[in-house]
Design a protein around this ligand. Structure first.
Ligand code: AMP
Length: 580
């Protein structure tokens, strides 16, 4: 986006949010008038396009309900089973259905919509750069995922990969970004990351932003740099790319820009050789003015560590989007990660909201039962209430539950703003109790404070419902790191046992009652070696998830993933008593 375009973007955000209701009606009218004749909608609407009939007759569905229709298109039947426009390919969502990634039909319109969305979510942050008079390049770490051919002959890929392939995006790469497309499309994620860091370091004086789609990828890159900066420095000094990089396209791209630069190599060495990596991002990229990467939802656990490396640079979560729809943007990009809200854009899809009872929050009153289950339109959601997002789009999803729970934090003009609460499907449960991602996050936050005096930091965690013995119990995998300057400290088993108890104590009432009645056994923390979560990420990437799309599972479900962590366990600790 050219800097003078951001003003147009900001103006458009105002117009869209002011006319949210009317635009939503138009979006639905257009979707129905185009698609009412599809096999799927004909069954409910009999060719009509009336909004009230749509609300009355079209069922609220999940992926499993639409899968038989999508599978037929994947297997080569014409797309008008579900959508009028021809399908040009499929998105592979990182969510899984029966162990397989979900496939969503894509049409030519989607790329255009993304370009529009990108222009809008970038406008507020570009305004910030213009206001502080800072221009330069973005070191955005991007990873394309290999495409998969479906039996229909159409290709399936991730949303991000299809964005990277877009002509508008490719054209903007050399001017705006440090990574050339050869590195983004390199099939080996580690070679890709190495080269992207190299290009970012070569252009370090020009970089104004460091980022990736999700915060976890930025952190992964910094850890990778910690392990590889000496090789990178040597490459910069000699002007020759390491022999470890075998990808010929990356080598060609590097050969075009690399020349010996011993001075720059010395500067990098001085910075990276420092005892503390506190604020390393700012030191390496002195003109950087923000770090981009979604820090909400499952990513919020990474903010503290990223803040350590950032040297006070703001962490910017710009957008909320999924394979199903591009939904909301952050119009206050400099706010604290814990305050991030996404303003929904009414032109992106038709949005409805299913009220979700927030069992833990008594202040949220639910009225009659009918009202609880009725879908609410975008402009009618209530501040403070939680909802599950339901999307109708132009690519064959009608009243589709995305699986995300959002809380209304306010309005911008007439468009609501939402905080991301959690993935609905992510619950830990060994009996009738349900523990959400948020419950777990809060409890772990309480417990990890006990590690401070010990000189350890919790860097990653995930969970697992172990029902191999009766009663079942919760297992948390913890990866710990020594605080800076506190080497070779011993992990005190007594404190670890206390952490187990603290988590149990901080979990919800149902959990505690079940523990008391021995329906759930004592919670266990399994401490894993450093690098275990990286190994988990490598495994997921080897199975086809791109690094750009990777979100660490909040709860381990697959046996292979469990084995990866279990084989790296260095200590097991159990809660000593029931929390009630
Ligand atoms: P995918 O369809 O694989 O791209 O994954 C989309 C999912 O990522 C969404 O449904 C959310 O669960 C999650 N997600 C996307 N954007 C955000 C965000 N800004 N904050 C939290 N979670 C997000």
């Amino acid at each position: 986006m050219a800097t003078n375009e951001y003003e147009g973007g900001l103006k458009m955000i105002e117009e869209l949010t002011t006319n949210a209701e009317q635009i939503q009606d138009e979006v639905l009218r257009e979707i129905l008038s185009r698609n009412a004749g599809t096999e799927y909608l004909r069954g409910f609407l009999h060719g009509q396009t009336d909004k009230q009939l749509f609300k009355k007759n079209v069922p609220i569905v999940t992926y499993e309900d639409l899968k038989p229709y999508i599978d037929r298109i994947v297997n080569g039947e014409t797309s008008d089973i579900l959508l009028a426009e021809p399908t040009t390919g499929f998105f592979l969502s990182s969510g899984t259905s029966g162990g397989q990634p979900k496939l969503m039909p894509v049409t030519a319109q989607v790329a255009k919509k993304w370009e529009l969305f990108r222009g809008l979510y970038e406008s507020p942050v570009i305004k910030y750069l213009v206001d502080i008079n800072q221009a330069g390049k973005r070191m955005e770490l991007m990873f394309a995922r290999p495409e998969v051919e479906t039996p229909s002959g159409l290709m399936a890929t991730s949303v991000t990969t299809s964005i990277f392939k877009g002509s508008g995006f490719r054209a903007s790469l050399p001017k705006l970004y440090t990574s050339p497309s050869e590195t983004i499309f390199c099939p080996d994620p580690n070679q890709s990351l190495y080269c992207q860091l190299l290009f970012g370091l070569i252009q370090r004086e020009e970089v104004v932003m460091i980022g990736s789609f999700f915060a976890s990828t930025v952190l992964r890159a910094i850890k990778f740099l910690e392990n590889h900066w000496q090789e990178l420095r040597y490459d910069i000094k000699t002007g020759r790319l390491s022999h470890q990089i075998t990808d010929s396209r990356c080598r060609n791209a590097a050969s075009l820009v690399m020349k010996p630069n011993p001075e720059q190599a010395d500067l990098i060495e001085n910075i990276c050789n420092c005892k503390s990596w506190d604020g390393i991002i700012r030191k390496l990229w002195p003109k950087a003015r923000y770090i981009a990467g979604i820090c909400t939802g499952v990513m919020r656990q990474y903010t503290a560590e990223l803040e350590f490396y950032s040297g006070g640079l703001p962490l910017v979560s710009s957008l909320y989007a999924s394979s199903e729809a591009f939904c909301g943007i952050n119009i206050e990009p400099l706010c604290k990660p814990s305050d991030v809200s996404y303003t929904f854009l009414p032109n992106m899809a038709y949005f409805e909201f299913l009220p979700v009872k927030n069992e833990r929050d008594e202040s949220i009153e639910m009225k009659s039962n009918d009202e609880d289950t009725e879908l609410v339109d975008l402009v009618n959601v209530k501040p403070g209430r939680c909802y599950e997002l339901v999307v109708t789009n132009s690519t064959g999803l009608y009243r589709y539950k995305v699986g995300d729970v959002l809380m209304v934090s306010g309005f911008h003009n007439n468009a609501p703003q939402f905080q991301f609460v959690e993935r609905k499907s992510v619950v830990l449960s060994v009996d009738m109790e349900k523990t959400s991602e948020t419950d777990l996050f809060k409890a772990v936050t309480e417990a990890k404070a006990l590690l401070n005096p010990l000189g350890f930091i919790l860097t990653e965690y995930t969970s697992y419902a172990d029902t191999s013995s009766v009663p079942g119990h919760y297992v948390l995998f913890w990866e710990l790191k020594e605080k800076e300057g506190e080497h070779c400290k011993e992990l005190d088993p007594k404190i670890m046992v206390e952490c187990c108890f603290k988590i149990e104590e901080s979990l919800h009432y149902t959990y505690k009652i079940y523990r008391k009645r021995n329906i759930i056994a004592a919670l266990e923390i399994r401490v894993v070696k450093q690098g275990s979560f990286e190994a988990l990420m490598d495994y997921c990437v080897s199975k086809g998830t791109s690094l750009s799309q990777y979100k660490k599972p909040s709860c381990i479900k697959s046996e292979e993933a469990l084995n990866i962590l279990d084989s790296r366990v260095t200590g097991k600790y159990f809660s000593p008593k029931s929390p009630l």
